[in-house]
Structures are given as structure tokens and as C-alpha cells.
Design a protein around this ligand. Structure first.
Ligand SMILES: Nc1nc2c(ncn2[C@@H]2O[C@H](COP(=O)(O)OP(=O)(O)OP(=O)(O)O)[C@@H](O)[C@H]2O)c(=O)[nH]1
Ligand SMILES: [Mg+2]
Length: 337
């Protein structure tokens, strides 16, 4: 199962107590105070990473606690600091307040870190209270508690390009052909049950990230099929690619598919259909596609440069598609890495 939302309770470590102790050594009478400080409690840090694509590793977690600091020792020994924890999350994870839904932070950049809970300071041992007027202080302080909070993590993948289409249109085949990712492909609907994220790397090392999400069908907004919940993973994409089965494999009319798709997307969010887009007519290797393609062209009232004919199977048109996606993404302000 793919997890893109979890609720967690985070507790940073408590500081260790400072202690009271005295030097006791041969030939040194009245050795003076020697109680060490307690160690600091461990903190909890959230870190965004491009190496993760889901929140799966937090699925069965409820409470995450960092280590407590150890108490100080005699001979001015400092207690050990508690172990800090780094929680890796995919880029595009929103950290929210579960009660109000307010976004506390949006973890977008690879490597970005946020110390969300701070470990408590260790207490002071009596050695640190020594002054010229009080050379034998009977005083130490306890460690302080760390901070804690409840959070909700919600993933909204960050991809430059989002693929949308009916089941079986060939989205996953396309993704695996143009990127290095091997994804599950099947001649049955809903082969893809969770988003796939992959990228194309160009000669200048810039990358174009692509998200392939599960297929969408008519009335998905009424929760038919897998519904529309996965659309949130293409909400942040600069460009949408509508992948249409131009061969009408499942006995549908490709233009009708396109209309249905845009209607479903619109019922989720108007912002989605206002994004720059490309329509990919896939499976043009099949003879049946010819009639459908010319019918599609007649009805398509957008600029014809938005239309690309491809065969994910034999590679036809893929270079054109890649160039088109790249230039539109660039024009719409993609931050190149
Ligand atoms: N002839 C032909 N078949 C294709 C082409 N692209 C994909 N297919 C076939 O279409 C079927 C569905 O492909 P997928 O890539 O799994 O389709 P999908 O859009 O990811 O489907 P879901 O994950 O179910 O939404 C598979 O049997 C593919 O081999 C193509 O260009 N030509
Ligand atoms: Mg698929």
C-alpha cells in the first residue's frame, strides 16, 4: 500500500540532570565540587529527500521519541547527549497541524532540514556553580524537558510533469520508455495503484521529474475507480500530459476520453486544467488509430502544437514529446537543479 498521509506524535529527548559531587583524592583535603552537567536531550529533525517517494515507513508509527540525555557524573563528567533523530520524508511533504490543518512547513528542497522538536538542555552540576565566594556549592539543576508536538504529514509529490489518462492508455509504458524507471505495465485497467515518480536527465545534468498516477475514469469524482485522490500528486506539476489511447483499445472514442478527463480534473480543481498541457495520442503503431487521430484533430480546438502522436511501444514520437515537455516546463519557470 502507498502511504501519502500519516499522523505522528513527536517527542524530543529530556536533558539529563546535573549532579552534586565532590573531589575525593588522597592528599587533597576539601577537594571542592566536581558534579558534572547532564547531557542534552536529542532533537527531532525532518529532512526532505529525493530518494523517497512515499511516507510508507511511517505507516505503522504513532509515537517517535528522540533519546534522553544522561545525567552528569563525578569528576566533572558530562552526561552523554541523547540521540537525535532525522526523519526522512519525500520532497513535497507538507507538515501540518492536525487540529487546524494549518501548514507549518512545506518540505520542498532536497536536503532541506527542519528541527521541529528541540531536545531539552542538560542540567548543571555543582561544579559550575563554584564562585570565589562560594567554593562548595550544594546546588545542581535538573535537565529540561524537550519540546513535543503532534503533526500530520501529507505528501504532494513534486514533479515537473504529471501524466494523466484513462487506465490502459499507456502512461506507465511511456514513463518507463522515456525514463530509467521500470514500472509495472499490464493490459488490464488499474495496473498502477500508486503514483510512480521518475526523471529524465539531460546532457547538462538538468532533470525533468515525471509523475505517473493511477488511471482516471468517468465519474471518478464520485469515487468510481480509484477516485481523484491521486490528483494531488500532480497539483504541483508545471505541465500536464494527457495520455490518450488513440487506438480506442477499450472501445472508447479518444476525443471523448480527453473531454471526460478534463471534466474530471476540473471537478477536482480548476487550477489543474488551467496548467500548460500536452495531449499525447499514444499507440499510433496500431492501424485503428489512424481514423481516430484524424477525428481527434478535427474536434481539437486548441493549438495543434499541443498534440503529439507517439507509440510508447516502438518509440515513435518520443523525442518530440520529451523536447516539448522540456520547453514548456522551462517556459513556465521550472527551477533547474
Ligand atoms: N500497441 C501499443 N500498445 C501499447 C502502447 N503503449 C502501451 N501499450 C499497452 O497498453 C497496455 C496498458 O499499458 P500501461 O502502460 O500499463 O497503461 P497505464 O496507462 O499505465 O494503465 P493503468 O496503470 O492501468 O492506469 C499494456 O498492455 C501496454 O503494453 C503503444 O504505444 N502501442
Ligand atoms: Mg499504469
Amino acid at each position: 500500500m502507498f502511504t501519502d498521509g500519516v499522523r505522528l506524535e513527536l517527542v524530543a529527548g529530556k536533558g539529563g540532570n546535573g549532579v552534586i559531587a565532590w573531589r575525593r583524592e588522597k592528599y587533597i583535603p576539601k577537594g571542592g565540587p566536581s558534579g558534572g552537567n547532564g547531557g542534552d536531550g536529542g532533537s527531532i529533525i525532518i529532512r526532505a529527500s529525493r530518494h523517497f517517494y512515499s511516507l510508507d515507513k511511517y505507516r505503522n508509527k504513532r509515537l517517535i521519541a528522540a533519546g534522553d540525555g544522561k545525567q552528569g557524573g563525578s569528576n566533572k563528567r558530562h552526561g552523554a547527549n541523547g540521540k537525535s533523530l532525522i526523519l526522512d520524508v519525500p520532497c513535497g511533504t507538507l507538515v501540518k497541524n492536525p487540529e487546524t490543518g494549518e501548514v507549518m512547513r512545506d518540505m520542498t528542497e532536497d536536503g532541506e532540514e527542519w528541527e521541529i522538536c528541540k531536545g531539552g538542555r542538560g542540567g548543571r552540576g555543582n561544579e559550575t556553580f563554584k564562585t570565589p565566594t562560594n567554593r562548595a556549592p550544594h546546588k545542581c539543576t535538573p535537565g529540561r524537558p524537550g519540546t513535543s508536538c503532534e503533526i500530520e504529514l501529507e505528501l504532494k509529490l513534486i514533479a515537473d510533469i504529471g501524466f494523466v489518462g484513462f487506465p490502459n492508455a499507456g502512461k506507465s509504458t511511456l514513463l518507463s520508455k522515456i525514463t530509467s524507471k521500470e514500472v509495472k505495465i499490464g493490459n488490464y485497467p488499474f495496473t498502477t495503484l500508486a503514483p510512480n515518480l521518475s526523471y529524465i536527465q539531460f546532457e547538462d545534468f538538468s532533470r525533468l521529474y515525471i509523475a505517473d498516477i493511477p488511471g482516471i475514469i468517468k465519474d471518478a469524482h464520485k469515487d468510481r475507480g480509484l477516485g481523484l485522490t491521486f490528483l494531488r500528486h500532480i497539483e504541483r506539476s508545471e505541465v500536464l500530459v494527457y495520455v490518450i489511447d488513440a487506438a480506442g483499445t477499450d472501445v472508447r472514442d479518444p476525443f471523448e476520453d480527453f473531454t471526460t478527463l478534463t471534466n474530471e480534473l476540473e471537478s477536482y480543481s480548476r487550477d489543474l486544467i488551467n496548467k500548460p498541457f500536452v495531449v499525447v495520442l499514444n499507440k499510433v503503431d496500431r492501424d485503428e488509430s489512424q481514423a481516430f487521430v484524424s477525428k481527434f484533430r478535427k474536434k481539437f480546438h486548441f493549438d495543434s502544437s499541443k498534440l503529439v502522436l507517439v507509440s510508447a511501444l516502438n518509440g515513435e514520437g518520443l523525442d518530440t514529446l520529451i523536447e516539448k515537455m522540456r520547453s514548456i516546463a522551462q517556459a513556465s519557470g521550472k527551477r533547474y537543479e
